[in-house]
Design a protein. Structure first.
Length: 400
């Protein structure tokens, strides 16, 4: 990526040196793992990006407070099955109790613990199970525990989402969850990224925000933005590689971080509730990056585009329509639309393309839509999934 040598490796969040993790079944959910613990053996600098929803869950508010204080971070505790959102004063008390219990069993300060929750909104937390689970998870921490931790944060996800890369002396790893209620400006997704590079907090914060804007904020499953969403990055410096602002090391770190975030974002979109296809939307020829992103987001959130891809119908009019109402400048006489490598619209008119060939493109598990706005040179990419009958089935009975 950007000419930087990146090697994909195993291990997820525990691939970087000095990190251990565990994922267990505490009893919040009936059977599956529902509690994860991620710990660094060394103090970390930390940065976070959070949901733009005005309704924010207690764990998110507590985590933001702990990161914003500017001090070291040592651990993240995450439960799935219960969002701990809209539970009033009890919700915050429960989030604090999770941080306090984690700090106690690890021998660190409460302020060094970040807390995240995901699941049903408005249901009190089963704290007896969660606190006992934290103690048990602490006893199962392992440098090989990244996979279990990735499973412990899943809700309606069908597969765990993790990735790690090695980049010239340092490593970046990540895990995420997200399947539904996914939309730009952070959605029902949690992402936790680790690195053994040494990165000062201001630079780490800047790098994370840029990566999130280009990845997690460019995915959409259903147009809903949730209450608990966050992306967190922890840097512990265990590799001995220091990332300096403005130096070549910063370019390498940004590339590795962007790669990890991109892969996790695509995994989330691919695993959209009920989805059968990953749709990558590429917009080029835009007047500005902002215009390109506007257009990508309009197309990725269009139910008509998403259902057409599910039905393997080369209905390019829906794509062009979404581009037209996106707010981005579009010069129709220079615009183009492609499905895979099949050009279906060019310079103001639809083409007599091969319908069978276009259908073969749409039959694939990965579908690429390319739109040239004919208005400039800027571009952007985003991801979504097809909209299927199963999406309705899953969300019609989420609580029951």
């Amino acid at each position: 990526m950007d000419g930087v040598a990146i090697e994909v490796i195993e291990g997820g969040v525990t691939a970087p040196a000095g990190f251990r993790a565990a994922g267990i079944h505490s009893g919040v959910k009936r059977e599956k793992k529902d509690l994860s613990l991620l710990v660094s053996d060394r103090a970390c600098s930390g940065a976070g990006v959070y949901t733009t929803n005005r309704v924010k869950a207690a764990p998110l508010l507590l985590t933001k407070k702990h990161i914003d204080r500017g001090g070291p971070v040592r651990a993240v505790v995450v439960n799935s099955g219960n969002a701990n959102a809209c539970n009033g004063e009890r919700g915050m008390a429960d989030a604090v109790a999770m941080a306090e219990k984690t700090a106690q069993v690890l021998g660190v300060q409460t302020e060094e613990v970040l807390v995240a929750s995901t699941g049903v909104i408005g249901v009190p937390m089963p704290m007896e199970k969660i606190l006992a689970g934290i103690e048990r998870a602490a006893g199962e921490l392992s440098p090989a525990g990244g996979g279990d931790a990735a499973r412990g944060i899943m809700t309606t996800d069908t597969v765990p989402k993790e990735v790690a890369v090695r980049c010239e002396g340092f490593t970046v790893g990540g895990m995420a969850k997200g399947s539904g209620m996914i939309h730009p400006n952070m959605a029902t997704m949690l992402a936790f990224i680790t690195t053994d590079a040494e990165v000062d907090r201001p630079l780490l914060d800047e790098c994370l925000k840029d990566a999130v804007e280009r990845t997690f904020n460019m995915i959409s499953v259903d147009g809903d933005t949730s209450t608990n969403d966050m992306a967190i990055v922890l840097a512990n410096g265990a590799s001995g590689v220091r990332i300096e602002a403005g130096a070549e090391s910063e370019r390498k770190f940004r590339s590795a971080l962007l790669f990890v975030c991109t892969e996790l974002a695509k995994m989330i979109a691919r695993d959209g509730e009920g989805a059968t296809k990953l749709i990558e939307v590429r917009v080029k020829g835009a007047r500005s990056v902002e215009d390109a992103r506007l257009c990508v987001r309009a197309i990725t959130r269009s139910p008509l585009v998403k259902t057409a891809v599910y039905g393997e119908d080369a209905n390019w009019g829906r794509i062009l329509c979404a581009a037209g109402y996106s707010g981005a400048e579009l010069v129709l006489e220079r615009a183009r639309v492609e499905l895979g490598d099949v050009l279906v619209f060019d310079r103001g008119r639809g083409l007599a393309f091969d319908e069978d060939l276009a259908k073969k493109v749409l039959e694939q598990k990965d579908v690429t839509i390319t739109v040239d706005l004919g208005a400039g040179t800027a571009e952007a990419t985003g991801w979504t999934c097809d909209l299927t009958y199963d999406y309705v089935r899953i969300n019609a009975s989420y609580r029951t």
